[in-house]
Design a protein. Structure first.
Length: 451
């Protein structure tokens, strides 16, 4: 791994390009799912918005299985211990199996209660509960995919997750279309497509990890002590993720309180935002792997210079994506729903989403750098503080809902969605400020195989 600027550019590109394609594959097929379900009507699309928020929370609250594993594995690799890297990955995968089984049972058992927390209409609630009961079966697979993807990224391999992601999400889209509209299963068909695809992806990536274990003569058996240590090590990132998910959940809750049209529009605009997030996260994924490896090898100057380069790339990527979204914005709503009121609300919200992309590019890259550095405790504290700053802002939109929607017009619904996204931009601004204050110091750079 060369420390020259040219070498760093090549290394980051080698990791980021496949990561970009893999990350973009997921939101593309989430967009496909939204379009498939959206043709069933406003209530199913609104229900999908609520169910997606619950399901993504249940899975992504454990994103430390990917992020934390990438950091630990990359540090071990940088320190010259590939067997130690693979062992750490196996521990994280066993932890994913255990957490997935427990989470799956809880989501299936309390599906309607969880969906009901958002205050959606009765019709949307019925749709959301149906989706959740089925899709809960795929949660173990989702968590195993997170953990094994983190292992491969830490081993500087982002191509294998790309191949598996494209195959899995293509299968998901085709199955959802067949089940929903071909067999007439409704929203449950979309959930079954997700379950089958995620389980298949988990089996494929698990096979890749088993092959790495065989190459390095590492056992696949679970070691309770090491699995427990992996769980303890993931606590700071868990706190960070819980605070982030709380931000997304309370935003969805406010959208649900504004009515089915704003909620349906928020489902689409948040899916578009997620698509752009995944695109920008490609550099952040490379940042996790590169930063962990440089610090594991004791190359602090290289870690700093790579960080500056990747931040520039992230901001530039945000500018490009924002301009692109503004150009296609007038037509996006029609891709998801025939309802003109929902289309108008989508168009209004997307203006704010587009303008916030350069900020997002900065935030996501620095977040990836700090995760790669193992700076989990600071990230946990910063995200918790950002959540506390965001709550009064988003609750102000909730309190002003009646004023925004007082005439029941389409214009009022557009304004409601626009103000909701403006509030979310405040959250990103506070988060970005704290990230800048941290990354400009040297306190996050700790060298060695273990932080």
């Amino acid at each position: 791994m060369s420390a020259s600027p040219e070498g760093q550019h090549r290394e980051v590109l080698r990791l980021a390009v496949p990561a970009f394609l893999a990350l973009v594959a997921e939101p593309i097929f989430l967009l496909v799912d939204s379009a498939i379900v959206g043709r069933l009507g406003v209530a199913p699309l609104a229900g999908l918005g609520v169910a997606s928020a619950v399901l993504l929370t249940a899975a992504n609250v454990f994103v430390f299985l990917a992020y934390g594993t990438t950091s630990v594995v990359a540090r071990q690799l940088g320190a010259g211990s590939r067997s130690g890297a693979v062992t750490a990955g196996i521990d994280g995968t066993w932890l994913a199996v255990l957490l997935g089984a427990v989470t799956s049972a809880l989501v299936a058992l309390f599906a309607r209660d969880l969906a009901g927390l958002f205050g959606a209409s009765a019709a949307a609630l019925d749709q959301a509960a149906t989706y959740l009961r089925v899709s809960a079966l795929g949660l173990p697979g989702m968590l195993v995919v997170l953990a094994t993807t983190g292992v491969l990224r830490g081993l500087q391999d982002t191509r294998t997750p790309l191949v598996v992601s494209v195959a899995g999400f293509t299968t998901n889209g085709l199955l959802s279309l067949w089940f929903v509209h071909g067999l007439g299963w409704g929203i449950a068909g979309s959930a079954w497509g997700t379950v089958i695809a995620q389980t298949g992806m988990a089996l494929a990536l698990g096979a890749m990890l088993a092959r790495e274990a065989a190459r390095t003569a590492v056992t696949l058996r679970a070691h309770p002590g090491r699995v427990l240590a992996a769980a303890r090590g993931g606590v700071p990132l868990l706190v960070r993720t819980l605070a982030l998910r709380a931000v997304l959940l309370v935003t969805t809750w406010v959208a649900a309180g504004l009515g089915d049209v704003p909620l349906a529009a928020y489902q689409v605009t948040s899916t578009v935002w997620s698509f752009l997030t995944f695109a920008l996260d490609a550099v952040a994924i490379a940042a996790q792997a590169v930063t962990g490896r440089w610090l594991g090898a004791g190359e602090l100057a290289a870690a700093r210079s790579a960080t500056r380069m990747m931040v520039r790339w992230g901001v530039l990527g945000g500018v490009v994506l924002g301009i692109g979204l503004l150009l296609v914005r007038p037509w996006v709503g029609g891709w998801f729903t025939p309802d003109e009121a929902v289309q108008a609300a989508i168009a209004g919200g997307l203006v704010v989403v587009a303008l916030g992309q350069p900020l997002s590019g900065f935030v996501f890259v620095v977040d990836g750098v700090l995760i790669g550095a193992g700076d989990g405790r600071w990230l946990a504290g910063a995200m918790s503080a950002t959540l506390l700053a965001y709550l009064p802002v988003v609750l102000l939109v909730h309190a002003g809902g009646d004023w925004l929607l007082d005439d029941g017009s389409t214009r009022g619904q557009v304004n409601a969605v626009t103000w909701l996204w403006l509030a979310f931009t405040v959250f990103m601004s506070v988060r970005g400020t704290l990230m800048w204050m941290r990354v400009r110091t040297d306190r996050w750079m700790v060298a060695g195989a273990v932080r």
